[in-house]
Design a protein around this ligand. Structure first.
Ligand SMILES: NC(=O)c1ccc[n+]([C@@H]2O[C@H](COP(=O)([O-])OP(=O)(O)OC[C@H]3O[C@@H](n4cnc5c(N)ncnc54)[C@H](OP(=O)(O)O)[C@@H]3O)[C@@H](O)[C@H]2O)c1
Length: 207
């Protein structure tokens, strides 16, 4: 069992919260609007509501906010994130999906890590899984790719992912988040081609 805090109250926050609870984890949700956070919590079976800007209860803190807000949100929490695993799920795509808004040669996750306190471990994960696909998986084990510099943090995120019925793959250190962000961009373009989000990227292991 993992203890999870989720910052954000949108599609990914509600989907991950729901699945995390179903997987036997504790879940705290945190939003900038306490009334909206309470509203979302009321739809979830057993989630608690945290206070924005204060120390999250969870060991794993999922940043379920747009990339444009993510570093700012991390800065707002500051030292309250010390000792936490901060999971960046963002897709830093530009508005016409022709590229990423990140600085040349750097991932969004690395930019977010710059805003985090030294004692936090930033891990990129879940950005290649659409909320719809997570909800529609129904027992099929979707793949989740995990990048980060701290092996223990990645192992903890892997345990959490498995509790959601997902198959975790460690893809390397944090700069590999750039590859995952490009994979997210690929999926968003594919979404426009297919006209739905009922699919997920995965790997086929040939025995
Ligand atoms: N949707 C997907 O299928 C999917 C898949 C993979 C990754 N992602 C990534 O997951 C993240 C969330 O996506 P989403 O679809 O859940 O978005 P969403 O439904 O638009 O929800 C975004 C949430 O972020 C909150 N937020 C925005 N700025 C904030 C700030 N400065 N401080 C605190 N909260 C803030 C919003 O708060 P308010 O409610 O107060 O406005 C809202 O609850 C994005 O980075 C996206 O790229 C999404």
């Amino acid at each position: 069992m993992s203890s999870i805090s989720i910052i954000g109250l949108g599609n990914m926050a509600s989907t991950l919260a729901d699945q995390a609870l179903a997987g036997g984890n504790t879940v705290e949700i945190i939003g900038r609007d306490p009334a909206k956070a309470n509203e979302l919590a009321a739809t979830l079976d057993g989630a608690t509501v945290g206070t924005a800007g204060t120390a999250p209860a969870g060991d794993i803190v999922i940043l379920a906010v747009p990339y444009a807000s993510a570093a700012e949100v991390v800065s707002e929490y500051g030292d309250a994130l010390n000792g936490k695993i901060v999971v960046d799920i963002t897709n830093p795509a530009n508005s016409d999906l022709s590229g990423l808004v990140t600085p040349e040669g750097r991932s969004g996750a690395q930019e977010i890590a710059k805003a985090a306190p030294a004692g936090a471990h930033v891990v990129k994960a879940f950005n290649t899984l659409f909320a719809n696909a997570l909800s529609a998986a129904e027992g099929r084990s979707l793949d989740v790719f995990i990048a980060g510099d701290d092996a223990q943090a990645k192992a903890q995120v892997s345990v959490f992912a498995e509790s959601l019925g997902l198959r975790p793959f460690d893809v390397g250190p944090l700069p590999m988040a750039g590859a995952l962000e490009n994979a997210g961009l690929l999926e968003m373009n594919l979404m426009n081609t297919l006209n739905h989000t009922n699919f997920a990227l995965g790997i086929t292991v040939l025995d």
